[in-house]
Ligand binder design. Structure first.
Ligand code: EUG
Length: 606
């Protein structure tokens, strides 16, 4: 077979990425969705009562929502009284967190609204201040494993910015940069660049699944696989609605008439951008993103390390390759079993009495798949001659310290191999392949335990051992991946559980809480976490008596005196909420705010 190395991809760059017709963010299931009939039936049999936010009665909320419907138009404000249908990755419910880890009816909005533009976002914020209703903006709602589309406080009003604010506002081809709204997904940005004829020259960075918001993911500091894999590091300029409704632009955007909003990251004076990530300090309505110029070729490869203990040496070999930029992307080292979970289900393995895959059984499958205890995927960018020289150099480096390392390029592996998929997304082409992993167990939901690791063998090794032991104690397989940055790694552990099994959910929650505590005990902190765990994780960032949270709270009180914007996000609570029992520290099956038994049975017609 001819080698696969080439510019772009030998099989070409598709103009469109196929997806099911029900792909979207929905309060009501799309009529083509597999859950449409069920949702209709449940909606008539059992209309859910609407959650009422703190400080409100059903009556006052009704009045407030009627006022909002006057501002945005009636069709753009809807009650969240629909059945809690988990759907799938494509049908993201706005009703609740589809990967719920507490009761699914816990983190629920009272209503959803759809502002059309920045001015309407600002008006909605002013409305929230007037009525003291907590609001929760989202771009697409696919923050799956971290809370999805759900608000932290029951009865918050969700602002779904993705529906109507979904435009690519500008592409500056010469400077390889674009300006986007919150509803632009990886898949739609890719298709847009294709549609204007620059899709071969300007690439985007796609993460494992491309249905998410480009802006939303960068604001949550997510990670992809190309040289622009650190999404936040490649944003450039933003427009933000503050919690009191002012509209600001950051960097050079703060100057009338500047041509450099998307060209120079800073402006004059303090640089604010970072405080709008993983925070509740503002609603981002526009953002610039750098695009990756076609580098003239991509060579992907996989290396397989035979022994579990090889992790240490592997990371030691990789660090200098990263710091010296021999490897140009965000490569990954993942457990052989996690790699195998793309091709297999848990039923294909022999389990021990705790439900954990037996090591001998994992080993058998690893041999069958021709992989290793750990596998390494990386991409080299540039003309073929350049990447070939780098590839040979990299092979030498590994063979010196792990002589049995096996290397594979695309021509060496079967058609269904993940390496072909890896070639697509390291070339900026979206794929849905990662969804195969959801077949591992029935009703699979993901929770990510995502501690940061130093880019060295010692930290990686101690983390893998510590977290594997704890997870197995609770009956879960440790399915870890290290996403390797220049000087640090995101150690992402895919925590899978059956969301229809209440006992298993409870175990998963207890286990991840134990993992957070284990990590903190050795000075390891998470880069991102699920809504239900943000109080606990925030507390582990405790240097100098938690000075950082005191600073965050000062900012919160100054910027959001009425405490309306995303109370509780990242453990930051407005002053009126602090110490009143809103925090979730563990042990609870749902938050302390029990359902308002009055509920709300209304139709939102004046
Ligand atoms: C993944 C990667 C992440 C994350 C959650 C999931 C990938 C899963 C690098 O960050 O936070 C296959």
């Amino acid at each position: 077979m001819a080698p696969f190395v080439s510019t772009a991809l030998p099989e070409g760059r598709p103009k469109k990425i196929e997806r099911p017709p029900w792909h979207g963010t929905c309060l009501y299931q799309h009529e083509t969705s597999p859950w449409f009939e069920e949702s209709l039936r449940l909606a008539t049999e059992n209309r859910r009562k609407v959650a009422v936010p703190p400080g409100h009665t059903a009556k006052s909320l009704e009045e407030a929502l009627l006022d909002l419907a006057n501002i945005l138009g009636q069709e753009w404000v809807k009650l969240n009284d629909v059945p809690l249908i988990d759907g799938d990755y494509h049908a993201v419910p706005l009703s609740h967190d589809s990967y719920h880890i507490l009761d699914p009816g816990d983190f629920v909005a009272s209503a959803v609204c759809w502002p059309a533009n920045t001015e309407e976002v600002s008006k909605t914020v002013v409305w929230a201040n007037k009525w003291k209703v907590p609001i929760w903006p989202l771009s697409i709602g696919r923050n799956l494993g971290y809370g999805g589309s759900a608000p932290r406080v029951r009865g918050s009003v969700v602002l779904d910015l993705g529906r109507r604010m979904n435009k690519v506002l500008n592409v500056d081809v010469e400077n390889a940069v674009c300006l986007i709204e919150p509803g632009v997904q990886y898949v739609t940005l890719y298709e847009y660049l294709q549609s204007i004829g620059v899709g071969n020259d300007l690439w985007i960075d796609v993460p494992d699944l491309p249905g998410g918001s480009v802006m939303g993911n960068a604001l949550d500091r997510g990670v992809g696989y190309t040289p622009y894999g650190d999404h936040w590091a490649h944003h450039i300029g933003m427009e933000v609605v503050t919690p009191t409704g002012e509209i600001i632009r950051t960097g050079m955007g703060s100057m009338e008439g500047s041509e450099c909003w998307q060209l120079f990251r800073y402006g004059f004076g303090p640089h604010q951008d970072g405080i709008f990530t993983q925070s509740n300090f503002g609603i981002v309505t526009k953002m610039g993103m750098e695009l990756l110029p076609n580098p003239g070729g991509v060579r992907v490869f996989m290396a397989a390390f035979p022994k579990y203990a090889d992790l240490h040496e592997a990371i030691e070999v990789i660090r200098p390759l990263m710091i010296r930029k021999v490897i140009g992307n965000v490569p990954m080292v993942r457990l052989g079993l996690q790699d195998a979970s793309l091709y297999k289900t848990r039923d294909d393995f022999e389990l021990d009495e705790r439900g954990v895959v037996k090591p001998e059984s994992a080993q058998k499958v690893i041999e069958e798949l021709n992989t290793g205890a750990w596998v390494f995927y990386a991409a080299l960018y540039g003309p073929d001659e350049v990447t070939l020289a780098k590839y040979q150099y990299i092979q030498e480096q590994f063979h010196r310290r792990i002589p049995n390392t096996k290397f594979y390029q695309r021509e060496d592996v079967p058609e269904n191999h993940y390496l072909h998929n890896y070639a697509r997304f390291t070339t900026g082409i979206p794929t849905w392949r990662e969804l195969d992993r959801m077949k591992w167990i029935p009703n699979a939901a993901h929770l990510f335990f995502a501690p940061l690791s130093a880019n060295n063998g010692k930290d990686a090794g101690r983390q893998a051992n510590m977290f594997r032991a704890r997870m197995e104690e609770y009956g879960f397989n440790y399915l870890g991946t290290f996403f390797i940055g220049t000087r640090a790694m995101h150690h992402v552990i895919s925590f899978m559980y059956n969301r229809k099994d209440v006992a298993e959910k409870k175990k998963a929650l207890a286990c991840i809480r134990a993992l957070i505590a284990d990590a903190a005990s050795i000075g390891v902190g998470e880069y991102r976490t699920h809504l239900a765990l943000q109080d606990q994780v925030a507390k582990t960032y405790n240097w100098n008596n938690g000075a950082i949270m005191k600073f965050n709270e000062q900012l919160k009180d100054a910027l959001d005196p009425n405490g309306i914007l995303q109370p509780g996000r990242s453990g930051i609570w407005p002053k009126d909420y602090r110490g009143k029992g809103f925090e979730l520290w563990g042990g609870e099956e749902r938050s302390n705010l029990v359902e308002n038994q009055d509920g709300l049975n209304l139709t939102l017609t004046p």
